[in-house]
Design a protein around this ligand. Structure first.
Ligand code: GLU
Length: 300
């Protein structure tokens, strides 16, 4: 087996069925992988177990098949990965980049809000737990420096982690590993070379790069696609009750996803077959045509 030059992935959280917003991420990551003769892996991101359901996972995988996606390799599930996350956390501990934090959400609640809308951790437990307090969560000690990377769609992105987010959680107070740690360990273990996903995660990327650097794993290339907004200007999500995709009629949604991604598929393909639409997409896909907005309303 030759060395794989390109390995991409789609990493849905089974908190609900796939909707048009997730389809856009699936289509973008898939076409970028396929047109570079790469592999496309699927990972079920169920690390936040209380929000996930097995029936959503089955529905997501069924939808991907109905829409004509071909998945390479084994599907990874975060619920099987606790030991890997624990090893990563141990390593960060060894490097003295982790500290126990006793603060409750309420105690942090008054802090300034960071770039992701969450309070910036004020550093209360950074140099040790206050007397008589026990650790509830474990946090990553961020460096006082900027992280910079070049996103294939959004251009150069710079974030000063300490100013924008502060020391962030790796192991949550409820005993679950945080998404940031899980995603870094998973991308490393699946040898992902290219991450193509929604721009709602642009703000998380510097945290992931800081963890990669600390753990000594490669940083993949990143491309963040515009996020789909509904008529009220909200991101399509399970919370905003985005409609599930129709498994029996993939062509209209696939066509709209391509159009949303700036590919301008011919109108005639809207009433053609699924495979004809994919064929056109394989031949015409261009990441350079994806609009550079962080978000964009859906239109026909
Ligand atoms: N699981 C995340 C989501 O469904 C995606 C995470 C990622 O692509 O890194 O939004």
């Amino acid at each position: 087996m030759g060395e794989v030059r390109y390995r991409g992935r789609f990493a849905p959280s089974p908190t609900g069925p796939l909707h048009f917003g997730s389809l856009v991420a699936a289509v973008g990551s898939y076409l970028e992988a396929r047109t570079q003769q790469g592999e496309w892996l699927v990972r079920i991101e169920d690390v936040d177990a209380p929000r996930c359901r097995i029936e959503h996972e089955s529905a997501i995988l069924r939808t991907l098949v109905c829409y004509g996606f071909r998945i390479d390799g084994e599907i990874m599930r975060q619920r099987d990965r606790t030991l890997a996350y624990q090893s990563a956390l141990n390593l960060l501990h060894e490097y003295q980049r982790v500290f126990g934090c006793a603060c409750t959400r309420k105690e942090i609640g008054d802090a300034l809000l960071g770039s992701d809308g969450a309070p910036i951790y004020p550093g209360t437990c950074r140099e040790g737990l206050p007397a008589g307090k026990e650790a509830r969560a474990w946090r990553f000690k961020v460096d006082d420096e900027t992280v910079t990377f070049t996103d294939a769609v959004q251009g150069e992105i710079t974030q000063h982690l300490a100013h924008a987010v502060g020391d962030f959680v790796l192991l949550r107070a409820d005993g679950l590993f945080a998404y940031q740690l899980a995603v870094v360990q998973d991308d490393a273990d699946q040898a992902i070379t290219h991450v193509v996903r929604g721009a709602d995660l642009l703000d998380s990327t510097p945290r992931q790069i800081a963890l990669q650097q600390c753990l000594g794993v490669p940083t993949p290339h990143y491309a963040h696609l515009p996020v789909v907004l509904n008529a009220a200007g909200e991101k399509l999500s399970k919370q905003t009750l985005a409609e599930p995709l129709n498994d029996d009629d993939p062509v209209p949604a696939l066509w709209r996803a391509l159009n949303f991604l700036g590919q301008q598929p011919p109108l005639a393909l809207r009433s053609g077959t699924r495979d004809a639409l994919w064929q056109w997409a394989f031949e015409h896909w261009s990441l350079a045509r994806v609009p550079q907005h962080i978000s964009s309303p859906l239109s026909d």
